[in-house]
Design a protein around this ligand. Sequence first.
Ligand SMILES: Cc1ncc(COP(=O)(O)O)c(C=O)c1O
Length: 455
Amino acid sequence: MSDRLEAAQKLAGNIFAMGHGVLTPKVICDHGEGIYLFDHTGKRYIDFSGGPHVVTLGHADPRVIGAMTAQMKKVSYFFRGFWLSEPLLALAERIVKVSPPNLKMCWFCGSGSEATETVIKLAHQYHAERGKPEKYMVIGRWQGYHGMTVAALAVSGHSGRRRRFVPLLHQWPKIGAPLCYRCPHDLKYPGCGIKCARELDELINQVGAQYVSAFIAEPIGGAGTACMVPVPEYYPMIREICDKHDVLFIDDEVICGFGRTGKWFGIEHWGVKPDIITSAKGMTSGYTPMAVVIIDEKIAEVFHEKGAVFLHDFTMAGNPVSAAACLAVLDIIEKENLVEHVARVGEYFFQRGREKLAHHPTVGDIRGKGLLMGIELVRDKETKEPFPPERGAAYRLQQIAMEHGVMGYPTTGVDNGVRGDTLLLSPPFIVTESQIDAAFDLLDDALTDFEKEFL
Ligand SMILES: Cc1ncc(COP(=O)(O)O)c(C=O)c1O
């Protein structure tokens, strides 16, 4: 073992009081370049996890670094309660341009969880200012994930992440995930009549629409459902149900936003206009933390008409360096037509992924859109029986894949929240077909090794 690794491991043991959850890093990340990361020995890894779904332009892009450095030379921080911020204003204008046409206002913060906290409060105050102060409850979906903070976890249905903290959480109701591979209603599309969408109407009726402020969902599932793509009727039905009950539709695009699925926002695949979008992760490609809430003008108008203050802010939110990074990322995405590239290369990504991996006896399903793929691992392909959770199949596959030089993001809980293993892939948008071939060759070998251990 190198001295450097030994020192890092010792320090981690001493200073990370509770470790990093279920993941156990074994190597030091030394540097990145394009789609690759390199460890302390110089070994190269194809970064198809992108963190989880963060890296869009690849690592160490000199154009983003240049834009951030230029801004830092001018000024790195000022509080936007005191000053107008040109980079932030320019960014808001750019974001609105690529957003669904009804979304006209931006609110910046630092993470996806902060964005979720923001919209829970915003939705309630919007209704309260309109004379409906009882509307406070946000309905989410089982296996949905919207962040780790207390309110964000309350609207999340990812059992594995929330169960330990249930006593701290609002007990707000949830509907099932629109996941056909494991239909929560044991029905089959299209004969199901899209029960998973109708369930929202039934639930709002039961709870009482006068108490429900919003419904929150990821357009294409992330950590909980591993890139589940709902059927075409799903979001149009959700939109109609929300309208019927005066409930806001919050579209969590923390993963899907800014091009990941081959459109600027994932919900565009359904042609539906949400009332609010939250986004984070890829918007700065990971060069700096940033998140945004994009808001329908009808919501902003209520605040303006009432002269209402939205008393909600974070010290570091929307700082000019993050704004400069995000502007540079959006510039490159636009100039290089990367959203269109994601749509095009995404077709190849899925074709190649299925060719190379679908034959494996442990690969139960491959799903997703654009450059966002979920691979569901099963013990038995026929019955879809998952591996026992205590075996940690997804985490082990991630380790084996890293040994082979390729990275994916392991998640668990797709089967009723507590069982089920998945590996998520989110390559940088700049990925080429030959790099996709190379990554799937490595993943193919990794799965073969994984199966020697697990079958
Ligand atoms: C869909 C979704 N929403 C919200 C979050 C929370 O974002 P963050 O980790 O930046 O707080 C995540 C994180 O993975 C996410 O996937």
